[in-house]
Design a protein around this ligand. Structure first.
Ligand SMILES: N[C@@H](CCC(=O)N[C@@H](CS)C(=O)NCC(=O)O)C(=O)O
Length: 414
């Protein structure tokens, strides 16, 4: 008989419970949030677990320890005596309740996933320094967090460092916390975690906040093609104040200007898209008059960190911020991005038409462009056409990993 259902997503706290199921080959079903989940877990938190007789758990540590105990109550992952077991809980709880939320408090506003708040970031960074000092202290004297071998604490705590390394812990940080860095590299590469945890590259410096441009985008496509196209790129500088305004800088030449004027100017298409029926008129017009693969390329653009998204309206705000930061490339591309799914289980995808054959010169004007994955599309293929049409019209569910997901919201870059 199945041991139960584990409700897990791509979010950080789902990784270790999934890894435990895999490691011990437990007969546990993974599920997305469904009706049963919603009727049993009013706090709407992930992970959650239901056993066959209705035994319910929330809280990642409770679920993880329960699953390990089911698989092997004598497992070395739980330490070899009461003191070790308690120490495993101590480190794991510290990381779950303090480290992970404090990292999020700092990187979310910096990456546009939450409103910018300098005080929150400064306070978070100061506390992170103290917390990391405690982990560094232990790991500079010992190889692992508890005892002389890997335990549950190492695996769990390492996962709470992933987003930290992804966004905050640059070269300088790694030099200051060398033991945490050494330990993290070993643990995250372990077989236990490797296939479950997304790969994250070390960064040089912490992610920098880029203040969104204040100007509202013109609604009419004709206007967008004229004054909006003259908008200047926001200079890349760290924001000193909460509402730091981008300074006026001499207009840098856009690299795509070198390609010269295209046969089919983009503003014509933008006008059609804005004024005509999307499915009936605009989309056929796009394929007949706009899309010339010699001059333009099509790209699927996916947000890399869907697992960090929470409320759909916030995901849509994230897209809005990205579009604002892309405004220097308005002249060279058009696209739509949608938020699919529901609160606490959503993702961002979209399709763009870009001048030239490379996505980079068009997108790297936005400092957060590396948070997105770009896949070139071949517009002569029917399934590609269908995807692009759907992104432009966003009136049908989008297929993600073979699953149909409702579109909750979307934005047009024009
Ligand atoms: N105290 C809970 C926290 C769980 C939690 O916050 N999970 C996140 C995903 S990692 C979540 O579901 N967030 C959605 C929300 O806060 O509504 C635990 O330790 O498991």
């Amino acid at each position: 008989m199945s041991l139960g259902t584990l409700y897990a997503t791509q979010q950080t706290r789902s990784w270790v419970p999934k890894a435990i199921v895999k490691h011990f080959n437990l007969d546990v079903k993974f599920s997305d949030k469904d009706e049963k989940y919603h009727s049993n877990f009013p706090l709407n938190k992930i992970p959650a677990f239901i056993g066959p007789k209705g035994f319910k758990l929330t809280e990642v540590l409770a679920i993880s320890l329960y699953l390990i105990n089911l698989a092997d109550p004598k497992s070395k992952l739980l330490g070899k005596n009461a003191a070790e077991y308690a120490s495993i809980l101590k480190w794991s709880s510290l990381a779950n309740m303090e480290l992970l939320p404090t990292e999020a408090k700092v990187f979310r506003p910096l990456t546009g996933q939450a409103p910018y708040n300098k005080k929150q970031i400064d306070e978070g960074n100061a506390y992170l320094d103290k917390l990391n000092g405690v982990f560094e202290e232990r790991l500079s004297n010992f190889t692992y967090l508890v005892g002389e071998r890997l335990t549950f604490a190492d695996y769990f705590v390492a996962t709470t460092y992933v987003r930290g390394f992804e966004f905050l812990y640059g070269k300088e940080w790694r030099a200051k916390f060398p033991s945490v860095t050494r330990w993290y590299k070993t643990v995250i590469e372990s077989d236990f975690l490797k296939s479950i945890v997304p790969e994250v590259k070390f960064r040089d410096a912490p992610v920098e906040y880029q203040p969104p441009k204040k100007e509202k985008k013109e609604k009419a496509p004709a206007a967008a093609a004229a004054p909006a196209a003259k908008k200047e790129a926001a200079p890349k500088k760290p924001a000193a104040e909460e509402d730091a305004e981008p300074a006026a800088a001499p207009k840098p030449k856009h690299p795509l200007e070198a390609l010269g004027k295209p046969k089919a100017p983009l503003d014509e298409w933008k006008r059609v898209y804005s004024n005509e029926e999307t499915r009936e008129t605009a989309i056929p017009w796009f394929w007949n008059n706009q899309y010339d693969p010699e001059e333009w390329s099509l790209w699927k653009v996916d947000y890399k960190y869907n697992d960090e998204l929470t409320l759909t309206f916030m995901s849509n705000n994230l897209v809005g911020g990205f579009f604002n930061r892309l405004s220097a490339s308005t002249k060279y591309m058009f696209g739509c991005m949608v938020v699919y799914g529901e609160n606490n289980n959503n993702g961002i995808t979209g399709a763009f038409l870009v001048r030239g054959q490379d996505y980079k010169p068009a997108f790297d004007v936005a400092p957060d462009w590396e948070s997105y994955e770009f896949t070139k599309l071949d517009g002569s293929k029917d399934d590609v056409k269908k995807f692009v049409d759907n992104m432009f019209a966003w009136d049908e569910p989008v297929e993600v990993n073979g699953e149909k997901r409702e579109i909750a919201d979307g934005k047009v870059f024009k």
